[in-house]
Ligand binder design. Structure first.
Ligand code: 4FV
Length: 220
């Protein structure tokens, strides 16, 4: 029995994760003891009476930055829970997330710590504790929470035992890095004259496989 995989998230908005962690696959994966999903509130590592976590950038510039000390202490606390965990920084300048990475990360035998930014970003010195910078796309969000949710979902669903039909993760989009899934249909066979392709009702698995291959798109 592989050891439970821990996914810890450092965020100023742990409540944002409740919906994702306490429903559907993510909830079931926890119930089945396959993963442990948890949040550390960065505010708990804030400085002074006002538990400060952000400050103005040296050298001037708009907006605020997440301070190094609260971030550093939050990462250390998460590592104390899971010493072998890899630390991932959510940032637009990171490596673009894709299915092949989700597959690779799902096969690792260690946990992950996700750092979710807010404001204009981070004090650069946090990189000393970071194993990987990851981006979900070339656009700027208000925070790293949505990227962390997206990445955790894409990894956890590939952990053996999480998805019902193991098989399905193999034949899905991007499983070979480029192929997009073939069209699929379910009941009824005829929806107001909109019929399911005959070949799919034929039972001829060879013909069906050929049709599916011919109707799978290559990712651009
Ligand atoms: C982002 C992305 C992203 C940048 C400033 C949060 C925001 C704020 N993270 N992929 N795209 N982050 O836009 O990962 O701190």
């Amino acid at each position: 029995m592989s050891k439970v995989r821990k996914f810890q998230v450092i965020t100023l908005f742990p409540e944002m994760f409740a919906g994702v962690f306490e429903n559907s696959m993510m909830w079931k994966a926890q119930k089945d003891g396959l993963v442990e999903l948890s949040c550390l509130n960065l505010r708990d590592f804030g400085l002074g009476p006002r538990r400060q976590v952000d400050d103005t950038p040296y050298g001037g510039g708009d907006g605020m930055l997440l301070m190094i000390e609260p971030l550093w202490n939050a990462v250390e606390a998460a590592k104390a829970n899971d010493p072998d965990a890899k630390v991932l920084l959510m940032t637009p300048r990171g490596e673009r997330w894709k299915q092949a990475l989700a597959r690779e990360y799902s096969e690792a035998d260690h946990g992950y710590i996700f750092i979710c930014g807010r404001y204009e970003g981070y004090d650069e010195r946090i990189l000393e504790l970071v194993d990987g910078e990851v981006s979900v796309g070339d656009y700027v969000l208000t925070g790293g929470e949505l990227p962390a949710m997206t990445i955790i979902d894409s990894i956890v669903r590939l952990i053996p035992g999480v998805l019902g039909g193991e098989m399905s993760a193999e034949i899905e989009s991007f499983s070979d890095g480029e192929t997009l899934e073939f069209p699929q249909y379910t009941r009824p066979e005829d929806f107001n004259g909109r019929k399911v392709p005959e070949v799919l009702l034929s039972g001829h698995h060879g013909e069906i496989a050929k049709w599916r291959d011919q109707n799978s798109k290559k990712a651009s």
